[in-house]
Design a protein around this ligand. Sequence first.
Ligand code: ADP
Length: 936
Amino acid sequence: MLGEIRTDPERRRAGQLLVLAFLEDGDRASIAGKLKRIKDVLPEAELSGITDKRVLYHDPDDLVDTYTFLFFSEICAEVCSFPASPGQEERAGFALLAKLNEVSQPRGVLVFGGGQEFSEEDFIFSISGHFPKLPFFGGRAGHVFYGDSDGAMAAFAGKELISDGFVCVLFFGEKLKLRVTYNLGWTPIGRKMTVTKASDFLVDKLDFNSPAEIYARYLGLKPFQVIMENIADFPLMMQRGGLPVCRNPIVIFENGDLMFISPVREGEEYRLSFGNPEEIKKDILKDVSEIREFVPQAIVITNCLTRTRFLGEEEEKKLLNLYYETLPETCIFQGNSELYIMDKAGGELNCSLVSMALREGEPSPEESVLKPWETQVMSDEVPLVNRLITFLDRISGELEDKADEANEASEAKSRFISRISHEIRTPINAILGLDEMLIRESSERQVREYAVDIRNSGRTLLSLINDLLDVSRMESGKLRIMPEEYEVAASLKDLTNMISFRAKEKGLNFEIHVDPDIPRRLYGDETRIRQILLNLLTNGVKYTMQGSVILTLEYEKQGPREIDLLCQVEDTGIGIRSEDLKRIASPYVRFEETVNRNIEGTGLGMSIVTELLGQMGSRLMAASEYGKGSVFSFRLSQKVVDWSPIGDFSNLYREAEEEYRETFHASRARILVVDDMRLNLTVIKGLLKETKVQVDTALSGAQALAMLRKETYDMIFLDQRMPGMDGIETLHRLREMKYQPNAQIPAIMLTANAVSGAREAFLAAGFDAYLSKPVDGKKLEKLVMEYLPPEKVELSGKKQPADREAGQEENGAPREEGLLDVLKRIPDFYPQKGLESCMGDEEIYRTILKEFGDTADALAEQLRQHLREGDLKLYTIRVHALKSSARIIGADGLADRAAELEALGDRKEIETIKLKTPDLLSEYERIGGSIREYLE
Ligand code: ADP
């Protein structure tokens, strides 16, 4: 055949010969042999092409090589190679750009990709904008999948095989005309999905779901049915530069990832698509008819295997025959993916047919004879498939619009809730802070009672707002777990304090069983764990009319530094029906609304609990018997910081009932508190009053900096959010400021944003610690004590008389103080309890106190005497009486000592009694003296 060509008169007349070879893939030697033969016979010919996979029309045994010979009257084609390694396609593209700038009047570039994992897109995209009218088209080398798989997969540049890079045929010249189009006919269906994870040729996630899940859902496939046979008819489709582009997966992995032979990118929006035979036909008819008008001298077509598969061989042959009828020498090859890029639109394609028609100069009259083409009579009847697709599309479009609207509304709602909650929290914080001062400072019993009520209601309100905030965070996916080290006992104490009060109020029995061996210090999100337990316990109390609520805490060791905390909340309440139990995690849902209408609640608690546990890798177990009660439990993995056991929790719990007493004095210390809300400043000042720390305040960052320039402070509290300079900026300016006495000052951030991200934020911003609002008095004191210079801090375990005078002389005049105020300064003395034991009647309490004070010295003397005389029996009776009267007036510390000595007396341990009595008696006399001093 080659011989014939050599002697062909056409060839003799031709100014140039271009040979395009599409060769059955095989080993390099045999392919190189074929190319060499062409070049040997036709040394002057430009030669290019690729190894091809033409597996569908023929049996593998029938695979054929095709050669196309294009005779040009002038020189207008040049073959160039552009080697590249994967990832360097763009650089190779610039070499092509340089070449294109050399040739005169480029008309089109036929691109052949050699090797695997090369992106023709990357090769062409960046340069296509430089020649906006120039079409780039072609295909990648392919090979027969079920044949010998180690073929050359090469593109040809003359005799050379390029398996790592690209070969281009540049068409150019004034007379040359090229018409390149691509035909698709695949139609998108369903909603848009964003590629949320992709790497090279793999799509891992669409809208955060694995592609396998998406195919399973939309095509109604069972997991084992998600196989290529079922999904290949629905390739993904996207737009690139305004042109629709299909991606047909070639492999679906077990983990659900999809592999393609062309690049996919994160952030692209894909829809499923399917081949619409009517559209395919229409496109081809249009293409062929335009090509006929063009009067081609050559046609080169890249055709996708998927089309054959989809249309069926017969149907497709009919369509392809239209090209053959136009020009019998039409060359059709397949390759791996088709390329069409024009002015940065398009790309590597699947499912498409790219056609190139070419001619030199204007058609002669006799050539134009070919032209007539019986245009198809278009009927008014729209094919059923088209109508069905439109139907599907409209429905899903409508649903999508609705969903968009709903999403928008829901996002707006979440934003609103989040904003309004922050707004509400600010004034509540101020109310609670001021109220705390009332509770501490008021001497009027009635006022204190009102204030305690305000505190309780305020806290309820705050927790409601916090629940709302949590739900809006949950809905926007912003609820985060933030582990840190914590003391188990402290956490439990807080919890117990909050619940026992409510249980008592309702006449319920609140029990708490804590395994004494639970490690003392753990690492986890204590705030959230407490929130979960508080929610469950509050519900327990709310939905129980009589009986008890029981909290049980146990643990299981899981590793050298790890335990599972086993938490359980049990109640004897109204219970939950089993059908309701399933829905307990849904937000806003409350059961038995009519029965429970008097019980406050939002239906948010359980959904927050479920979400939080889920984020901590746990799950809420719920069991309930309607009318009998419920048990909620969960298991939480926690790291252990300190294995020493927390011990008997009931002892610890008793301590928790203590009233406020300042933990230290630091009258020489001076701190600066900065907040734009005057009320917040008043609260902090008030909360620190008893510690005698000097508190200066500033209402803005600027004011603070001015003060910090002049005065020396021991620490600074900065509100995070302030108008103008915020806390972070203020701190940064302070740290940068030269010539000032506070360069190294510890800085604490005040933040209302305690839950998400606060810790990271303050650390990153250079703060030493943070304190969340509403400011908790104990935490505030603890922080101040921790960060003040130790030499300025005096611990106040025992009361010093000097302190009391200093307190009275504040503002120049002695302050009006109530009975409780004075008495509560006595260490281990709880006048509130004493008052309670007198049913709140201050008169009675006074009388009892007077009696206690007046008789103290004499009774102490009696006890000493009994001991001297060795009369253990009398001693024990007297010490027992002392225990009871001390308990009645609220002198718990003294009562405890007396109880210990009473027990020793019962056991006749005279030596220990002798050892311990002096301390008991001196305390007895001291308390008696203090009481007398006050009552006078
Ligand atoms: P709520 O704010 O209404 O208490 P939750 O989300 O905490 O909301 O609980 C959802 C619903 O589950 C409640 O309205 C109540 O009907 C039911 N429920 C929760 N805990 C208990 C319990 N311990 N006993 C009985 N019913 C409960």
